[in-house]
Design a protein around this ligand. Structure first.
Ligand code: ACO
Length: 328
């Protein structure tokens, strides 16, 4: 990973603001999730606009122009347009590049790790040299603001990274581990407006085009899966948890993150937590969290990152990689 960038929209929505919108309290949200604030995009900002800002920063920090990219991948579950064009195409257009493959990945909160894994495969097979991966979400547009069980969780934002070919083994992504199990498809779902239940007055009346979640059931599978897939990856690569500089999990819920970190024997200093500030930003949460430690001056060249995510599908994934910026 050559560089990292992120963007968050200006508007901040606090738990106190939510208390005025639904039957909830700052105390409940803080205790159950650790979330205090989240950012919300304006009507004029689409997912691709958030992704664009993060992408521009990642390119600048890698010392590259958009023209240097030979593959653009955007992970998102809140695309600008239903079905087509892809958000990746919109970001490419806004970056002013054409004749470069651009595609979206739909793997919910695991999307960024799926994108990283795809970039790795393209680079290792020689099909690409410099890949721009973006995780961008305007979840506020697909959240039901009358449903207190979900609307308190999500936020908007984007993160991006440049992943490039290298001859130096110590700079390359060490390994990724992605997987899925569709039997849990209805634990986290937007049931309406797809081909199973096309958009209709009835679907809209039921608010079925918004995110629905079986939170408690999701929580249990999330903790178990997030722990097991990382254990597998560390073991496979002969790396132990004390070698990890930063553990950057998908920021869904503070209770999930601390349970997983404890099970993996990781200490507080190793764990990157941003869920309190940004809530759950799905595919954007991991690159946004990496960007946070980068901008705080904590992330240095050669630091070993352990990424871990879980999301709708269910999908999950983990990755071990050194941070390898072009400049120290
Ligand atoms: N404010 C106040 N009370 C609430 C709220 C709220 N916002 N939401 C629910 N409650 C109530 C419920 O109605 C319930 O009341 P009852 O006992 O009278 O029936 C009670 O609080 C407990 O509800 P639970 O759903 O059991 O609460 P839980 O402790 O499970 O916390 C939460 C809910 C925070 C959603 C948790 O289950 C969670 O984080 N789940 C996992 C989320 C996740 O990991 N998602 C994966 C990634 S997201 C993606 O892929 C897009």
């Amino acid at each position: 990973m050559r560089s990292i960038g992120a963007y968050v929209p200006k508007k901040v929505l606090t738990n106190e603001d939510l208390e005025k919108m639904v039957d909830t309290s700052d105390e409940w949200i803080t205790k159950r999730t650790g979330i205090k604030t989240r950012h919300i995009a304006s009507e004029e900002e689409n997912t691709s606009d958030l992704g664009l800002e993060a992408a521009k920063l990642a390119l600048k920090r890698a010392g590259l122009e958009a023209e240097d990219i030979d593959l653009l991948i955007c992970a998102t579950i809140s695309p600008d347009y239903f079905c087509m064009p892809s958000t990746a195409c919109m970001i490419a257009k806004k970056l002013g590049i054409a004749n470069v493959p651009a595609m979206d990945i739909s793997a919910a909160c695991s999307g960024f790790i799926y994108a990283l894994s795809t970039a790795k495969a393209y680079i290792e097979s020689g099909m690409a040299k410099t890949v721009l991966i973006v995780g961008a979400e305007k979840l506020s547009a697909i959240v039901d603001w009358s449903d207190r069980t979900t609307c308190i969780l999500f936020g908007d934002g984007a993160g991006a990274a440049v992943v490039a070919a290298t001859d130096k083994k110590e700079e390359a992504i060490i390994d990724t581990n992605i997987s899925a199990d569709g039997k849990f498809y209805d634990y986290l779902i937007t049931p309406g407006c797809g081909t199973e239940r096309p958009c209709s007055e009835e679907v809209l009346k039921e608010r079925a085009c918004f995110i629905k979640m079986k939170g408690n059931e999701t929580f249990k599978v999330a903790v178990k899966t997030l722990t097991n897939d990382v254990k597998e990856l560390l073991e496979k690569n002969g790396i132990s948890s004390e070698h990890i500089t930063y553990f950057v999990p998908h920021q869904a819920n503070y209770r999930i993150l601390s349970a997983v970190a404890n099970a993996l024997g990781l200490n507080e200093k190793q764990c990157v937590i941003t869920v309190d500030k940004y809530g759950n930003t799905s595919s954007a949460s991991i690159p946004m969290a990496i960007n946070e430690i980068f901008e705080e001056g904590k992330l240095k060249k050669g630091d070993l990152l352990l990424l871990d995510a879980f999301g709708g599908g269910f999908t999950w994934g983990s990755a071990i990689l050194p941070f390898s910026p072009t400049t120290p």
